[in-house]
Design a protein around this ligand. Structure first.
Ligand code: SUG
Length: 417
């Protein structure tokens, strides 16, 4: 099989909870201290993967990281039992589920050495995410261990914040062609932190040995970040030769579009006007956090969260889009409400890797039978609900650890323990 796009979804971990840890992520703040439903959350994620398989797409997954992170707590001079409430939720966060933040990926056709490069994201801006990278790195090195096809890099130094693929887009005539890679960064003058630093993006582009002539850097608009677009993938998404973006996504959209058109004349830029869908509706509905995928039968489809169907301006715009003759022909709606309540839509939950699936460690590839066995472990071992005060309970800590162990065993991935 030749190179295809594989979506690797983060399996939603047994410690999934709502701690309101991400400033600038409006859903995370709005749902702070609510009761979470880890079992339902994880099963929603499994159903999304099943849906992708049924569409004929290649699907992989990453396993949740060990939580609480005892090593991180020890570095902070404390333990899961004794940690102050200001620290404990950050040690328990299941935030590695949002695999779009695991790494930045440059497929083989774009790189000088013809290998697919991945750089694990340092996620240094949010404390609860800053300790994901080491174990994510280990996992990426397993999944993409074949050095003939992949090169997995460590994180760029923490001086510069890097949030991975959520701030990176790739446009190409088709997945297997040389592409234009677009790194989107933020500037730090608004009410919320800009999580992607331009120097981190530049470093990733150098490490991946990208062709500078085919690499673009674009600033996010300040109003987008202020409206809750803490990552670019909340206001823009790209697939093959199509860019779907909100009018207010970028600081200088005219300059960016001109540069893209020069490098990729067959690009189709679909811009959503603010007069049709406001920035607020875009952020609330996660219209742009859809998975924009190429369907095996031809044409493209958008895999959207339920919230997009529930937002009238967005649904109206989508109906108009699919009635036209453009490249995006179909919409599919999935229920990922548990993740959405923490600001993670369908696209946040996945990392895209263009590669031949046969070159990936098969233990990370999904099929119906494997999803069945993951779902069985989730039904048996994931808690039905977690209230904020439950994180203080030794019993919950034990149950979360046992649940992950059961999953690793079912997937023959005990070495990640
Ligand atoms: O980093 N939410 C995640 C959501 C990440 C979404 N990813 C992409 N846009 N690609 C974040 O803000 C909330 C955790 C909490 O509040 O408990 C959180 O980490």
């Amino acid at each position: 099989m030749s190179a295809v796009e594989i979506n690797f979804d983060g399996i939603i971990g047994p410690s999934h909870n709502y701690a309101g840890l991400s400033i600038g992520n409006l859903a995370s703040s709005a749902n702070a201290q609510n009761i979470s439903h880890p079992r339902e959350a994880a099963l929603q994620g499994i159903e999304k993967m099943r849906h992708n398989l049924q569409l004929g797409l290649a699907q992989g997954f990453f396993v949740p990281l060990a939580r609480p992170d005892h090593g991180w707590l020890a570095d902070l001079g404390t333990t899961a039992q004794d940690a102050p409430d200001s620290i404990r939720p950050a040690a328990y966060s299941a935030s590695s589920m949002w695999a779009a933040n695991a790494a930045t990926v440059s497929p083989a056709p774009d790189t000088k050495d013809g290998r697919c490069h991945l750089t694990v994201a340092n996620l240094r801006t949010m404390p609860h995410r800053s300790h994901e990278w080491a174990d994510t790195h280990t996992q990426l090195r397993r999944a993409f261990a074949n050095g003939k096809y992949f090169r997995v890099h460590g994180p760029v130094p923490p001086a510069f914040g890097d949030e991975g693929a959520a701030n990176h887009m790739r446009l190409a005539s088709s997945h297997g062609d040389k592409g234009v890679e677009i790194f989107v960064y933020g500037k730090t003058s608004g009410p919320y932190p800009a999580r992607q630093h331009i120097e981190a993006s530049r470093a990733v582009a150098r490490l991946h040995r990208l062709d500078p002539e085919h690499t673009l850097f674009a600033a996010q608009s300040e109003q987008a970040i202020a409206a809750g677009a803490f990552h670019n993938d909340v206001v823009a998404v790209a697939n093959e030769n199509v860019l779907l973006a909100h009018e207010e996504a970028f600081e200088d959209r005219a300059e960016l579009y001109t540069a893209i058109r020069r490098l990729l004349p067959d690009v189709e830029i679909i811009e959503v006007a603010s007069s049709e869908v406001s920035l607020d509706d875009a952020v609330k509905s996660y219209l742009f956090n859809a998975q924009l995928v190429t369907l095996p039968q031809g044409g493209m489809g958008l895999i959207l969260p339920e919230e997009a169907r529930e937002t009238p301006s967005v649904w109206k715009w989508l109906e108009k889009l699919t009635a036209g003759n453009g490249p995006i022909r179909e919409t599919f709606v999935v229920d990922v409400r548990q993740s959405m309540a923490n600001g993670g839509g369908p696209a946040c939950l996945r990392l895209r890797v263009v590669a031949d699936p046969a070159t990936v460690d098969p233990r990370f590839m999904a099929n119906e039978a494997r999803l069945d066995s993951i779902a069985a472990v989730i039904k048996k071992c994931w808690a039905k609900q977690i209230a904020p005060e439950d994180l203080r309970k030794t019993r919950l800590c034990h149950d979360i650890e046992k649940a992950r162990e059961a999953l690793l065993e079912a997937l023959d991935l005990e070495e990640l323990d």
